[in-house]
Ligand binder design. Structure first.
Ligand SMILES: Cc1cc2nc3c(=O)[nH]c(=O)nc-3n(C[C@H](O)[C@H](O)[C@H](O)COP(=O)(O)OP(=O)(O)OC[C@H]3O[C@@H](n4cnc5c(N)ncnc54)[C@H](O)[C@@H]3O)c2cc1C
Length: 439
């Protein structure tokens, strides 16, 4: 009996995608409704925020468009999903309906000179490998390197490579094939400036079905590990490392307690502050000189894509995840940026009890994750004024509203999603400070 919109949609999608292309079984629905928001104790207290009623796995950009069209005709809400690693609950289907899982649409169609075109579900690590085989590298990828290009462009902001190239809204996206929530939905090609309004708004103005992003010539990278007696020594090298020429691909530093929580690595000795960088081979000698002049020691210099990927996977949000594994139900974090991360570190860490900074550099600007011991959401928000007084820009990762050009997104969505079916619940005026997108 197809007497409900979900049943009717399930029947239609079974025809379109095959028996294994959809599910209405509870375990699959629950898996499709969870994301990386476990990182936020504030959001965790509010889970489950919503559960899908049907999940579909289209395997190509064209099938994504046909699936969206079917859902719109049945009036079913559509929440797109890549690997579900977004850490603000952005991929949770708050109105139920369809979770459009794009992780099986992973064709990498073309690697050209300076660009790669891939379906939304291709992982950043697969894209990087394809680029490497053609003597190129992707401009940036997140520490969750196995996440999808569609999810990274829609929910993420930066990572390895951002030290030079900024965030994924800084010219990384060359063109997109997007799908609007209309009954005759099809692939709509947008490029250059026209593609940018679809970036970092959680699919609320259109589904990214295929993306063309920028590549650059492959460099000879080294995974570089150094350690120090104290964090201030490591911190003093964030700017000099960012200024090395050619620019590193990543530089990260941690307090001894945060470093102790990271996976055991010979390059990360216990109880010492850790600095990790992905360096152009030509700068290793100068980096070594800087480390020794700051009173530290070089622990390891490793070759090969796997070695540098390992360093990427200990950057951005990952040290916080490892900290939470070592100390369950203890820490929260805020995403922060600004010169105060280096220049006013003691005041910054004093904003929250147990305050500890994990730091990176992005486009010449210190950015990082400020961890603190969690007591309540109110205590988290109470620190926002102090951060502002220190000149720190921050982003509140404990809420799921679009906070990157929300007005632009709302204006676009008025025409591309007239029925409000795309990722409902993410595009409205927040009641708590979201801060500004950090990168
Ligand atoms: C431990 C940890 C470390 C992280 N490190 C980083 C980091 O270094 N840099 C960073 O930027 N982020 C980071 N993140 C956040 C997240 O992992 C990345 O942004 C990741 O690239 C998201 O990709 P995904 O495939 O998992 O997307 P999902 O989580 O599945 O989706 C993210 C958002 O985009 C929407 N979406 C997904 N696919 C599409 C599509 N094709 N079209 C339109 N909308 C879509 C979803 O509805 C959701 O709102 C981290 C998260 C965790 C838990």
């Amino acid at each position: 009996m197809n007497d409900t919109p979900i049943a009717a949609l399930a029947a239609e999608l079974r025809e379109l995608l095959g028996e294994r292309g959809i599910s209405v079984e509870l375990p699959a629905l629950e898996r499709a409704s969870a994301d990386g928001s476990y990182l936020s104790p504030v959001i965790r207290e509010q889970l489950p925020l919503g559960v899908a009623e049907i999940v579909a796995w289209p395997t190509s950009a064209e099938l994504i468009a046909l699936t969206v069209a079917a859902a719109v005709r049945h009036g079913v809400p559509i929440t797109p999903r890549g690997k579900g690693t977004g850490n603000y609950g952005q991929a949770i289907p708050m109105s139920g309906g369809l979770v459009l899982d794009l992780s099986k649409a992973r064709t990498i169609a073309e690697v050209g000179d300076g660009f790669v075109t891939a379906d939304a579900g291709a992982s950043l690590s697969a894209i990087e490998q394809a680029a490497n085989r053609a003597g190129q590298q992707v401009l940036m990828y997140p520490s969750t390197a196995n996440s999808t290009i569609g999810g990274f462009l829609s929910g993420g902001s930066g990572g390895t490579g951002s030290i030079k190239h900024g965030s994924n809204s800084d010219g990384f996206v060359l063109a997109l094939d997007v799908v609007h929530a209309v009954p005759d939905a099809q692939l709509v090609h947008v490029d250059g400036e026209a593609a940018q309004p679809y970036v970092h708004n959680y699919g609320t103005a259109g589904i990214i079905a295929r993306a063309t992003v920028a590549l650059e010539p492959l460099q000879d990278w080294r995974g570089f590990y150094a350690s120090f007696d104290n964090f201030e020594q490591a911190l003093s090298l964030i700017r000099p490392f960012a200024d090395l020429e050619p620019t590193p691909r990543l530089v990260s530093a941690d307090q001894p307690m945060l470093a102790n929580a990271l996976p055991r690595e010979p390059g990360i000795p216990a109880d010492r502050s850790s600095l990790r960088a992905i360096l152009d081979a030509a700068t290793v000698a100068e980096a070594t000189r800087l480390v020794e002049a700051a009173g530290g020691r070089v622990e390891a210099v490793l070759e090969g894509a796997q070695a540098t990927m390992k360093i990427s996977m200990m950057s951005y949000n990952h040290p916080i995840e490892w900290l939470q594994k070592s100390y369950p139900d203890t820490y929260f974090h805020i995403e922060v940026s600004g010169d105060a991360l280096v220049d006013r570190i003691e005041e910054l860490q004093a904003v929250y009890p147990g305050g500890m900074l994990h730091i990176e550099s992005q486009h010449g600007r210190p950015i990082g994750m400020l961890a603190g011991v969690y007591s309540s959401a109110e205590e988290v928000y109470a620190g926002f004024d102090e951060l502002t007084a220190l000149g720190v820009s921050f982003h509140n990762p404990h809420q799921w509203y679009v906070d990157f050009h929300p007005e632009r997104t709302a204006a676009l969505a008025a025409t591309t999603d007239p029925l409000g079916l795309l990722n409902p619940g993410k595009l409205r005026q927040p009641t708590v400070a979201t801060g500004r997108k950090v990168s």
